[in-house]
Design a protein around this ligand. Structure first.
Ligand code: GLU
Length: 548
């Protein structure tokens, strides 16, 4: 009886690994091409950190003419939820992060290196586990969970390093004969890796992001196949990334400490080890303390939050690039009109300790992104948002021609308006352009310098009766406001007023403000000439007369 017999008894059906090695040939890609992936678990919650990793991975593959794929890691079936894969696929799609290969729905995928869902790869893992057993590099472990817990308790009491290793790894020394007998007697078991490592020896590792790191070797006999026949993350990751031809493993830095184990697995399996790039988590400033964005405490940790708030996906992506490389900001300043896809992302320039997520900054980025959209795009995107989240806004947007005029104000020029940072702002932003909404507004008029009722009434009356003509061009329109100011005893030019403040009650700008407030109930609006053009004569006159 030898290891081969043991392996055959445990996995009688498993194929030779050569079958899989041939089935998934090395990829034929240009020199330097990065093959990478994102490998989330379908837990029903897509974390913005996962999106961030996917964005970085997608870009690195694109920049090097490589491949980016989506693998679903569902070997922990207790944590899985229904439609978890669909959630992930849809989230990435909605951000325009489209994998070249990988799962495309709950059960389907595309690409030649699949299946891309671990639960569909059971027989592949078993083949490689069998291969390790055949070589005496893995073994069945018959320890019950309670036994492993007892070992751990003993170690804790004695204040020694916990785990299943060295002398503590009881089943490591079970002979092949004994093991076979136990299996034939129906004893339950799992499969452990027989680690050749020693804790007192060090390994040197170069991480693409973290730089050089030293670790003690791994000496833990970790579980590779669980009682349910599925692999653990560690083992599955090695087998999958080998067969899928991954060159760079870009993943969260919570896995950095697993590198010694992973390198050992690659080595013992006879695989070429990939490069690792461990991304620091996105952090949040919580009253002066820096901490990870938390699924429990921070709504913005969920990818779904951005769609609900109406923050465009391009703005989120652009902001995540800001977080990824601090050089992005300068690049953007120098290239305001380029697509963010042209930015050359560098893995080795990513923050080692974790960049801060700043909502205010994100909204600033978003304002700029939206300011560059056409009126049509703003219309389509805000309508799409409104259909899901705000029926009042949806109703306002029914008249598309009018809405396009409203969104067209100060847009498409060199200095476009930057007053919308998310679709949830739109209603508040445009409501005054709709008579019904304007009339519903019961707030006081926020008049400024000129605030006595009599003067205001006079300005408005005179303007309607004598000066307003909807056919005036902008110059004429403004000249007339100056005339009106002069007629009412206000300075026609701000300069004049500043030179002789005692001679005037106020100046033409203050008269404009009266018109602006009467027309919109706001002190701050885009260009008033444009607003009046869009409102049209009836509405302008009605509004100006409403105050009188
Ligand atoms: N399923 C692992 C996770 O979600 C994947 C880590 C990796 O990218 O290898 O953290």
């Amino acid at each position: 009886m030898d290891y081969k017999d043991l392996a055959n008894i445990i996995f009688p059906e498993a194929k030779e690994i050569s079958y899989y090695e041939e089935k998934y040939p090395r990829r034929n890609l240009p020199e330097g091409a990065i093959v990478t992936r994102v490998a989330p678990s379908p837990t029903g919650f897509v974390h913005v950190g996962t999106l961030y990793q996917a964005l970085v991975a997608r870009k690195m593959a694109e920049q090097t003419q490589g491949v980016f794929f989506l693998r679903i890691e569902d070997t922990d079936q207790k944590r899985e939820i229904e439609k978890g894969t669909t959630d992930i696929v849809n989230s990435f799609n909605s951000f325009g992060i489209i994998p070249d290969e990988g799962m495309t729905s709950e059960i389907e995928g595309k690409g030649n290196y699949g299946p891309y869902k671990q639960s569909q790869r059971k027989e592949i893992y078993q083949a490689y586990a069998k291969y390790l057993i055949e070589q005496g590099k893995a073994y069945p472990c018959f320890c019950a969970t309670e036994e492993v817990e007892q070992i751990r308790a003993k170690q804790e009491n004695a204040k020694i390093r916990p785990g299943y290793y060295g002398v503590w790894a009881k089943c490591r020394n079970v002979t092949v004969e004994e093991a076979i007998k136990k299996i034939q007697n129906g004893e339950k078991y799992i499969i452990r890796f027989k680690s050749p490592g020693r804790e007192d020896r060090k390994i040197k590792h170069h991480d693409v992001i973290k730089g050089n790191v030293d670790f003690p070797e791994n000496d833990q006999d970790i579980v590779i196949i669980k009682a349910d026949g599925l692999p653990t993350y560690h083992f599955a990751h090695a087998v999958d990334d080998h067969l899928m031809g991954t060159t760079h493993i870009i993943r969260g830095d919570e896995w950095l400490s697993s590198v010694p184990l992973h390198l050992q697995l690659f080595y013992e399996l006879g695989f070429k080890a990939p490069k690792y790039a461990h991304i620091a988590p996105i952090m949040k400033n919580d009253n002066g303390n820096k901490r990870k964005l938390s699924k429990r405490k921070d709504p913005e940790a969920a990818v779904s939050y951005y769609a609900e708030e109406g923050i465009p996906s391009d703005a989120v992506k652009e902001y995540l690039l800001n977080i990824a490389n601090s050089t992005f900001e300068n690049w953007r300043r120098a290239n305001p009109d380029k697509s963010m896809n042209e930015f050359d992302l560098q893995l080795n320039k990513m923050s080692v300790s974790g960049a801060l997520f700043d909502m205010i900054k994100l909204l600033d980025v978003s304002k700029i992104v939206i300011s560059k959209m056409t009126a049509e795009e703003v219309y389509e995107k805000s309508l799409e948002w409104a259909k899901k989240y705000d029926t009042d806004l949806e109703e306002l947007l029914q008249d598309k021609d009018y809405a396009l005029k409203v969104f067209g104000i100060e847009r498409g020029n060199k200095k476009p308006r930057k007053d919308i940072s998310k679709w949830a702002d739109v209603k508040e932003n445009i409501s005054y352009m709709y008579d019904k909404e304007f009339e519903k507004n019961t707030e006081e008029y926020p008049f400024q310098v000129i605030n006595n009722k009599e003067d205001i009434e006079k300005i408005l009356k005179l303007y309607v009766e004598k000066y307003y003509d909807e056919n005036d061009d902008k110059q004429m329109w403004f000249d007339k406001i100056k005339e009106l100011a002069g007629e009412m005893g206000y300075a026609k030019e701000v300069k004049e007023f500043k030179a002789n403040p005692d001679m005037y009650k106020a100046h033409v700008g203050d008269v404009s403000t009266v018109l602006r407030v009467a027309l919109t109930k706001r002190t701050n609006t885009p260009d008033m000439y444009d607003i009046m053009q869009v409102l049209g004569k009836d509405s302008v006159v009605k509004r100006l007369e409403m105050f009188q």
